[in-house]
Write a protein that binds this ligand. Structure first.
Ligand code: NI
Ligand code: MN
Length: 239
């Protein structure tokens, strides 16, 4: 599988059967805007173009602007299926996006590419127009023999141990930016709770509140016997 980082909490996961986009926040991301302006790499510009991204599924962890900003335009253009909690899916449905799949916490569903479980996150969730966004969540994705935990925006929670008990995770995609979510120290503990030493970081550096020192983050995780990857925006990693 290929995993491409599109900035903030947005990733594109390409399995053998489907392209899955998580929490699209691309156009309003000032770091992405800077990269687009300053690079001559056309492949990179195209990867970061909301008008060119191809996907079959869009997974939304919760309703905040920095997770849904580009979802509507991508869903309208691609016809991809939106998967989220019931309230968020209903909000998209009212915008005419009828290719959708509502879930709620603790529920799993077998899709054509593999299985998704919607799990708890400790955070808040309101949509950009003030509509109630249900409770925030994260996703466990099982596809092509791999299991990936995408935590969404969350605090460290003891419930994460249940994920470790149920799944044998290959990768945990965890927020590390602090202030709005877990910081690096709690994210390292979360990795321990879910029983996964391969962490891919998200939700850092985008705004002033969540800037992190990359070297310190690396040191902290390696001190705890874990590996953390802070991908560059536009970078694709084979997982
Ligand atoms: Ni949030
Ligand atoms: Mn957020």
């Amino acid at each position: 599988m290929n995993l491409t980082y599109l900035g903030h909490a947005c990733f594109l996961l390409e399995t053998s059967k489907a392209k899955i986009l998580f929490d699209p926040f691309i156009n309003p991301n000032s770091i992405v805007q800077e990269i687009r302006k300053s690079t001559l790499d056309k492949t990179l510009v195209s990867k970061l173009s909301v008008d060119e991204i191809e996907c079959d599924y869009v997974l939304i962890s919760h309703g905040h602007e920095d997770h849904v900003a580009d979802a509507e335009s991508i869903l309208q253009r691609t016809g991809a299926k939106v998967v989220s909690n019931f309230e968020i899916v209903s909000w998209f449905n009212e915008k005419g996006i009828s290719n959708n799949h509502p879930m709620n916490h603790g529920g799993s569903w077998e899709f054509d590419f593999g299985k998704i479980k919607y799990v708890s996150a400790v955070h808040s969730s309101v949509l950009p127009d003030g509509t109630y966004g249900g409770n925030p969540g994260g996703f466990i994705i099982q596809a092509d023999g791999q299991t990936i935990y995408y935590a969404g925006d969350t605090a460290l929670s003891y419930d994460m141990k249940l994920i470790g008990e149920e799944f044998n995770l290959d990768y945990a995609i965890l927020p590390i930016g602090d202030n709005f979510t877990m910081g690096p120290k709690d994210a390292s503990k979360a990795a321990k709770f879910v029983g996964c030493n391969n962490v891919i970081a998200m939700h850092y550096d985008t705004f002033g509140y969540i800037k992190v020192d990359h070297d310190k983050v690396q040191q902290l995780f390696s001190k705890n016997g874990q590996s953390v990857t802070l991908m560059s925006i536009g970078e694709t990693k084979e997982i």
